[in-house]
Ligand binder design. Structure first.
Ligand code: KG4
Ligand code: ZN
Length: 340
């Protein structure tokens, strides 16, 4: 029996981060992320600039990932890449690169769904991190998605609920924009919220049936709240920054928790994982952990580096698909929208 692990190069380029990772079976040897700061000054991701930056970054990022892992491209057994969902121009850069390299090296190509990867990042083998058992519930919370998914097996996923308008990451980023923070503002709201009182200002939670979400009403409510207060006190934001951030973050977390509690009640499943950029939020991480005592669930919280977009999460899905020989051929196309 060969002792050589399966080496997979994974590439993620769905939005504004160019990332490459090397996996040895289910372990991460390297996970390099080049963030694109260019978007900060525009207050959001500019697709054309993202695509151009991916083109500039992809070769050096892959090169560094290989070097850091201590292997060469000739050691690779397969290449996994993000097929979608995401920005078309960005997806195409990673997709074309992965396709050409798999053809040149004559090794299998594996197409990965970005949201699937945010969920399965919990199966990356890491010391001190338990893996969930099937079936479990996954809440994907990112800049583009908000979903509650029932995960029956590695490849059998059922969406139980999702947002009907904005994603939760947008609720964070758009609130941050109203406060004058640079993009993406989610991490800044998190930072200031730590010093503030979450009950200082009250916001109404949306009424949405079942396990679906809505965040656009909260965004408008927040905008009017700030405009009204700034009209009477131009220093309102500066004087109340921590309390404002803590209060909006608290409301967003309550919206997520309410649906999660309902999903646990409806399915009887008590293992919960979170994934996606917003799972880096310290308030949601704490609330899920506290829920272990309060609601008797078990929460799986990803390591920080696997929350926001990264190629290691693409690599773990790549590894499981590779093991099952679920390969893509060179006719595979990138997709801005894609189902599980
Ligand atoms: O998964 P991700 O990196 O990209 C998408 O697939 O969308 O998620 C990015 C989102 C952004 O909206 C960003 O503001 C949010 O994740 N985010 C956070 C935090 N860190 C990242 N939101 C709240 N608190 C954080 N600490
Ligand atoms: Zn993502």
């Amino acid at each position: 029996m060969s002792l050589k692990p399966t080496y997979i190069l994974a590439i993620e380029s769905s939005c504004d981060d160019t990332s490459a990772a090397i996996m040895a079976d289910n372990k991460v040897l390297s996970n390099i992320v080049a963030r694109q700061e260019i978007h900060e000054e525009y207050g959001g991701v500019v697709p054309e600039l993202a695509s151009r930056a991916h083109q500039q970054n992809i070769v050096p990022v892959v090169d560094i990932a290989l070097k850091k892992a201590g292997i060469t491209k000739d050691d690779l057994d397969g290449i996994a890449f993000t097929q979608g969902p995401g920005l078309m121009g960005s997806l195409l850069v990673g997709g074309s690169f992965a396709k050409s390299l798999s053809l040149a090296l004559d090794i299998p190509l594996v197409a990965v769904n970005h949201m699937h990867a945010h969920i399965l990042c919990h199966f990356i083998d890491e010391e001190g991190y338990d893996k969930p058992e099937f079936p479990f519930l996954a809440m994907t919370i990112s800049g583009g998605h908000t979903q509650i998914v029932k995960v029956n097996s590695f490849f059998d996923l059922e969406i139980l609920g999702e947002t009907t308008d904005d994603a939760v990451g947008e609720a964070f980023d758009k609130s941050a924009k109203v406060l004058g923070f640079p993009y993406p503002g989610g991490p800044l709201i998190d930072k200031y919220a730590k010093e503030g009182n979450p009950k200082a200002f009250a916001f109404t939670k949306p009424k949405v049936d079942g396990l679906n979400f809505s965040f656009s009403g909260l965004k408008t409510q927040f905008l009017y709240f700030i405009q009204k207060n700034v009209a009477t006190n131009p220093n309102f934001i500066e004087e109340n920054k921590a309390d404002i951030c803590a209060s909006i973050q608290y409301t967003i977390i309550q919206i997520l928790l309410d649906k999660l509690k309902l999903a646990v009640k409806e399915t009887g499943i008590k293992q919960i994982v979170i994934g996606g950029g917003v799972s880096a939020n310290s308030g949601i991480r704490q609330a899920l952990k506290e829920g272990e005592k309060k609601y008797k669930w078990k929460a799986f919280i990803p390591k920080f580096e696997y929350t926001t977009d990264n190629a290691a999460m693409i690599g773990i899905v790549g590894y499981y698909k590779y093991k099952e020989s679920i390969f893509a051929d060179s006719s595979v196309v990138s997709k801005a929208r894609i189902e599980f």
